[in-house]
Unconditional design. Structure first.
Length: 311
């Protein structure tokens, strides 16, 4: 029984082998000629000259349909589609392109390409640089009784490199928020420069040092009816008004110990010929560690008489 089956298989063996090979060949030809449609994505790479840039993304993704024989399309089952747009020098603003097979390198024209939304619009601008100041962004207030007397930023200027049209709108850049809540002593902070609103812009420095110098909080204090005296003349004089109001600034601790007698208001009548009236500025001497804020009034009428001041 087994011998009969073997003899049956070996009978015309080579004819059977050739028949199988021909069947496989015909199947391959038929499959290869079969027309297929497959959906693929196209990665569109946007290229501009070195002194230009695109204000949007440099790469776009489009959907497309490919139609062709199974043999031709077989390579696209693994290979991604890439298209390249090269913008010529001198072309800026909004530019519209239609993506087609001519933008895909080594495209086989036997394959039909249909891009679903083939038109793209890009914005191209010149690349330029601009130096702008850095300004601090403070958040909160220092501890009670303290004020920020001085702020120092290093570097206080940075260079921005980006789209010409965007940089034209920028006059300064801010730091990230610096929290000074309850701060009671001078301190330096290393903070980032805020670039969230800067489109495609590079910064020469992405961080700065913000140094805050604190001092005691100062208040103003007004002293009324401070007498005005005339100095520098040997002649008898009169002055109007005879008293002034003086406002000085200092820390609460300093001002609490100052009395009106420590302030001096005077008019300098040196070298003024007698027999006339003059309008002269009122000068003021104030105690140490205080600042003159206001003198009211600021000038006085001085009359110099023809006789000397009695001893």
């Amino acid at each position: 029984m087994k011998t009969g089956i073997v003899n049956s298989l070996l009978r015309n063996f080579w004819y059977k082998v050739w028949a199988l090979l021909l069947a496989c060949l015909f199947w391959y030809i038929v499959q290869g000629e079969e027309i297929l449609e497959i959906n693929r994505r196209i990665v569109v790479n946007l290229k501009v000259p070195d002194n230009y840039l695109i204000t949007g993304p440099d790469t776009l993704i489009l959907d497309a349909t490919l139609r062709g024989s199974r043999v031709l399309l077989g390579d696209f089952s693994t290979r991604p589609l890439e298209a390249t747009i090269r913008v010529p020098e001198g072309k800026t603003g909004q530019i519209r392109y239609r993506i087609d097979r001519e933008h895909i390198k080594n495209w086989d024209n036997r394959i039909k390409l249909t891009v679903h939304e083939p038109y793209i619009t890009i914005n191209v601008d010149e690349k330029t640089s601009k130096k702008v100041p850095v300004r601090e962004f403070l958040k909160g207030v220092p501890a009670e009784g303290y004020i920020i007397e001085k702020i120092q930023i290093k570097p206080n200027m940075i260079t921005l490199t980006g789209p010409k049209s965007e940089l034209a709108k920028i006059e300064e850049v801010l730091t990230a928020p610096v929290d000074v809540t309850s701060l009671a002593s001078s301190k330096s902070f290393e903070v980032k420069v805020s670039a969230k609103d800067l489109v495609k812009t590079d910064l020469s420095s992405d961080s700065v040092t913000v140094s805050l110098m604190l001092g005691e909080q100062k208040i103003n204090k007004k002293f009324s009816s401070v007498p005005v005296v005339v100095v520098g003349s040997e002649q008898s004089t009169s002055v109007t008004p005879a008293v002034v109001s003086i406002v000085v600034q200092g820390t609460p601790g300093v001002l609490s110990f100052i009395t009106k007698s420590e302030l001096e208001a005077f008019v300098d009548a040196r070298d003024l010929p007698p027999g006339k009236k003059y309008n002269r500025p009122i000068q003021v001497k104030i105690p140490p560690d205080t600042v003159l804020i206001e003198t009211q009034p600021q000038a006085a009428a001085v009359e110099v008489f023809n006789y000397k001041r009695p001893n």
